[in-house]
Design a protein around this ligand. Structure first.
Ligand code: DC
Length: 217
């Protein structure tokens, strides 16, 4: 089973790299951040409080999730756009810090990969927790100002200052939480993407994989 783990903070280039690698290798791609966002979406939609750990964990266990390449369905509702909106972005860090939510989603991520016979997964804890034996672990970083610029460009209607503040807040929660904080695996390839185009990153990691395959042959 071929497993590729792509981790790193918001705006570091994970999604673009993970999608490109999945296509290059003929593997399926899973955005695990979309799963945490979907739980936050379901809690808010039902009028619940994301800070209520028990109720939020119950939502995570019951949720019907379909995370595709270009869509996200939550309990039969199309949540593709809303999971990227400000309300969900605001609520998701507390949801992702909930250990019971993490246990449920990690188990679903492992099942997904087993069903597909491998895959490229992007998130925060793929190389450290979900698949510590992944064939390749990439940890992407970038300067916070650069990450905020990228996100502000992607999201229409959000100004740079608001995006930068949201990214700084989520970085702080994601790296300091007790349950599986964002950190690089000791055997991850660490790439600082500041000043690099995403194409340059894709080419560099693709070459690394191809060289590793040739080495094995
Ligand atoms: O990658 P993203 O911005 O869509 O992630 C949304 C939130 O979920 C973010 O606060 C980090 C968290 N997350 C996580 O804790 N573990 C993962 N494997 C993926 C995302």
């Amino acid at each position: 089973m071929r497993l590729i783990a792509i981790d790193g903070p918001a705006g570091s280039g994970k999604s673009t790299l993970a999608r490109a690698l999945a296509q290059h290798l003929g593997l399926k791609y899973l955005d695990t951040g979309a799963m945490y966002r979907s739980v936050a979406f379901a809690v808010l939609r039902s009028g619940g409080d994301p800070e209520d750990a028990e109720a939020t964990a119950a939502v995570a266990r019951a949720i019907d999730l379909d995370v595709g390449l270009d869509y996200v369905m939550v309990d039969g509702v199309d949540a593709t756009v809303e999971i990227r909106g400000p309300q969900v972005s605001q609520a998701v860090s507390v949801v992702a810090a909930n250990p019971e939510v993490r246990a449920e989603l990690v188990s679903r991520q492992r099942e997904w990969a087993n069903r597909q016979g491998g895959g490229v997964l992007e998130g925060r804890d793929i190389g450290t927790v979900v698949f510590p034996n992944a064939e390749l672990k990439v940890y992407l970083t970038a300067d916070p100002a650069e990450r905020a610029r990228r996100r502000a460009k992607e999201a229409t209607g959000l100004d740079y200052e608001a995006v930068a503040a949201d990214i700084a807040r989520r970085d702080a929660v994601d790296t300091t939480r007790t349950a599986d904080p964002l950190t690089e695996a000791s055997d991850a390839v660490v790439v600082d993407t500041t000043g690099l185009t995403i194409d340059e990153v894709v080419v560099a990691i693709g070459a690394l994989l191809d060289n590793a395959c040739e080495g094995e042959a």
